[in-house]
Write a protein that binds this ligand. Structure first.
Ligand code: SF4
Ligand code: SF4
Length: 298
C-alpha cells in the first residue's frame, strides 16, 4: 500500500486539526453573513477526477514535502478532484502513465540518460506540465553542482526542465508554499472541469504562472528592473538576490541593485520574484478566486 493510501485509510479523507483551523479562520475572515461569490455546487458534485502525478528529477524533495504539507487539504483534493496516478514516493508507481497534470520537481541531470528520457516521456504523456519549485523552473541550487558526490560522481551538470521540454506552468519558490501548490491544483481542476465562470477565474489565476515559462531562462535583471522595480511592485524581499547564481544582485537600502556586466541572463531572479507574476486580474478578482478555492476544499 502506498503512503497516500495508508494516510487515507488512517484519516479517512477527513481534515487534520491544522487544516480545520485554517478552514475555520478562513470562514471567519470571510465573515459569517457573506454569501459565496460563485456557485460551487457543480464543482463539489463533479465525479470525473483529473489525473495527476509527481515526477521527481534532481532536487531535495522539499517541494514534495510542501505538497504533503497541505495535510487535510491534500486529502480533500485526492478524494474529490485528483487521481494521483504517478509518484515514486507517495504512490509507489514505477512507470509514467498518461495523465492530465504532471508536477515536476527538480532539474534534469544531463549526464544521466535515464533522467533526460524521463523528462521527455513526461512531456509526451502529460497534457499539462507544471514545473514545481526553483530547481525545475530555473535550476536553483543545482546550477552550482560540480559533481563528485560519492554515489553519483559522474553527475555534474543540471538544466531546468524548460531547457529540455515545453513547460506550461511555473510554480516558483524554494520550496513553493503548500497553499500555492494547492491553489494551482484546484485552479487546474476548475480550468479543465469547471463551469464557464470557474474556467474564467482559473484562467485569470493561472495566466501569470503560465507566462513565466515563456520568459524561461531568457529573462534578465533588466526584466526585473523594468517590470517589477520600476513599476513600484518590489517589496524588498531579497529573493532575487539570493537566487542569482553569479551574485550580480546586491540588496541595498531595501531594494535590489543589479550589476549588469555580471549578469548571465539566466532568468533566475525574475522567475523567483513573487511580484514578477503579480496580476491585477488576480487582485481584482481576489475574493471570488479565494471563494472558489475554499468552496472546492470544503
Ligand atoms: S545572472 Fe543574476 S541578475 Fe542575471 S538573470 Fe540570472 S539571477 Fe538575474
Ligand atoms: S524578488 Fe522581487 S519583490 Fe523581492 S526584492 Fe527582488 S525584485 Fe523585489
Amino acid at each position: 500500500m502506498g503512503l497516500l493510501s495508508t494516510l487515507k485509510s488512517i484519516f479517512g479523507g477527513g481534515e487534520s486539526p491544522g487544516a480545520k483551523k485554517e478552514t475555520e479562520s478562513a470562514k471567519a475572515s470571510a465573515g459569517p453573513e457573506k454569501k459565496p461569490q460563485t456557485d460551487m455546487k457543480e464543482v463539489s458534485s463533479v465525479s470525473n477526477k483529473i489525473t495527476a502525478g509527481h515526477v521527481h528529477m534532481s532536487g531535495c524533495t522539499g517541494c514534495l514535502v510542501a505538497v504533503a504539507d497541505n495535510y487535510g487539504g491534500l486529502l480533500t483534493l485526492l478524494d474529490k478532484y485528483v487521481d494521483w496516478v504517478y509518484d515514486l514516493t507517495l504512490a509507489d508507481v514505477r512507470h509514467i502513465p498518461k495523465m492530465d497534470v504532471a508536477l515536476v520537481e527538480g532539474s534534469v541531470c544531463i549526464n544521466d540518460k535515464l533522467s533526460v528520457q524521463e523528462i521527455k516521456e513526461t512531456r509526451e504523456k502529460a497534457a499539462i506540465v507544471v514545473a514545481v519549485g526553483g530547481c525545475a523552473c530555473y535550476g536553483n541550487i543545482t546550477r552550482f553542482s560540480r559533481g563528485g558526490q560519492q554515489n553519483q560522481p559522474g553527475h555534474e551538470a543540471f538544466l531546468p526542465i524548460g531547457d529540455l521540454i515545453n513547460v506550461d506552468v511555473y510554480i516558483p519558490g524554494c520550496a513553493p508554499t503548500p497553499q500555492l501548490i494547492r491553489n494551482v491544483c484546484v485552479m487546474a481542476y476548475l480550468l479543465l472541469k469547471g463551469n464557464d465562470e470557474q474556467k474564467k477565474l482559473a484562467e485569470a489565476y493561472l495566466k501569470p504562472l503560465m507566462a513565466l515559462p515563456k520568459q524561461g531562462t531568457e529573462a534578465c535583471f533588466c526584466d526585473l528592473m523594468t517590470k517589477v522595480i520600476d513599476q513600484g511592485l518590489c517589496m524588498g524581499c531579497g529573493s532575487c538576490a539570493s537566487a542569482c547564481p553569479v551574485r550580480a544582485i546586491t540588496h541595498e537600502y531595501g531594494k535590489p541593485q543589479g550589476q549588469r556586466d555580471l549578469c548571465i541572463k539566466c532568468g533566475a531572479c525574475y522567475n523567483q520574484c513573487p511580484r514578477s507574476w503579480f496580476s491585477f486580474d488576480v487582485v481584482s478578482n481576489y475574493e471570488t478566486i479565494l471563494g472558489a478555492i475554499r468552496g472546492a476544499l470544503q
